[in-house]
Design a binder for this molecule. Structure first.
Ligand SMILES: [Mg+2]
Length: 228
C-alpha cells in the first residue's frame, strides 16, 4: 500500500450506525403523532427519504428542501395532516440525540489516530452529525469536520473534496478516502483523483475492481492495510 498521512473518513455506515439512530428517532416521532410503530409505516418513510437523498446527492434539491420534503411526502402517502416543517425539526432533534457507533469503530479510530490525521467527511445535516459526535464523545478524534450542509457541496461532487483537502491541509496524494458509499465516497474520491478504501462491513463487496483502490470487509482488515 502507498503511504498516506490523512484519512478522509465517512461517518454513517463507516463509523456510526445510522440505522439504529434512525429507528429510535422514528419511534419517537411516530409516538408524537400517534402513528402506529410498524414495518409498513417505517417502510413508507424509508422510501420517500431515500428518494429525497438521491435528489440531494444529484444536486436536484437542497438540504433545506430535503429536510421538509421527506415529511411532506410521508404525510401525503399516509393522508395525514401534520405540519411537515414541525415534524422535520422534531425529527432532527431526535436524530441528533443518538450517537450510536458501530462495534469496534472507537478502538479503530484510537489506533488510526496514532499515525494519521483524521478528517470526517459526511453528507448530512450539520446539527444531527455534530449532535451525534458529541453524544458519542468522538469529536476529538478528528482534525476537521467536513459536513455537506455547512460547506454547500455534497459527496460525490468534486467541490466537496476540494474543500475537504483544503480543510485537511493535505494534498490529494497524501489522502485516502474511507467509506461504505459507492455513489458518494468511492465515486467522489475516484473522480477527484484521491485513492479510496471501500469498506463493506458485514456485507459482500458490491463494487467492481477498478472502482476502488482498496477494499476491506472489517475494521481489522482496515487496520492491517494501514499498519505503519
Ligand atoms: Mg456512509
Amino acid at each position: 500500500m502507498k503511504s498516506y498521512s490523512t484519512l478522509l473518513l465517512d461517518l454513517d455506515g463507516t463509523l456510526f450506525d445510522f440505522g439504529s439512530t434512525e429507528r429510535i428517532a422514528l419511534k419517537k416521532l411516530f409516538n408524537h403523532i400517534s402513528l402506529e410503530i410498524n414495518e409498513e409505516n417505517r417502510r413508507i418513510y424509508h422510501e420517500v427519504n431515500l428518494l429525497c437523498w438521491q435528489d440531494y446527492e444529484q444536486g436536484i434539491i437542497s438540504m433545506e428542501r430535503l429536510k421538509v420534503k421527506r415529511f411532506e411526502d410521508f404525510l401525503a402517502v399516509l393522508g395525514l395532516k401534520w405540519n411537515a416543517k414541525e415534524l422535520s425539526e422534531l425529527f432532527i432533534e431526535y436524530l441528533s440525540e443518538e450517537g450510536i457507533v458501530i462495534d469496534g469503530s472507537i478502538s479503530t479510530l484510537e489506533k488510526l489516530k496514532k499515525n494519521y490525521k483524521l478528517v470526517l467527511i459526511t453528507n448530512g445535516i450539520a446539527s444531527v452529525q455534530r449532535g451525534r459526535l458529541k453524544d458519542s464523545n468522538t469529536e476529538h478524534f478528528f482534525d476537521s469536520l467536513v459536513i455537506s450542509e455547512e460547506i454547500g457541496y455534497q459527496k460525490p461532487d468534486k467541490r466537496f473534496f476540494d474543500v475537504a483537502l483544503s480543510m485537511a491541509d493535505s494534498t490529494r496524494e497524501e489522502c485516502l478516502v474511507i467509506g461504505d458509499g459507492l455513489s458518494s465516497d468511492i465515486k467522489g474520491g475516484r473522480e477527484s483523483g484521491i485513492d479510496t478504501l471501500y469498506l463493506h462491513l458485514n456485507t459482500p463487496c458490491l463494487a467492481n475492481e477498478g472502482d476502488y483502490t482498496y477494499e476491506a470487509g472489517s475494521y481489522a482488515e482496515v487496520l492491517k492495510l494501514l499498519e505503519k
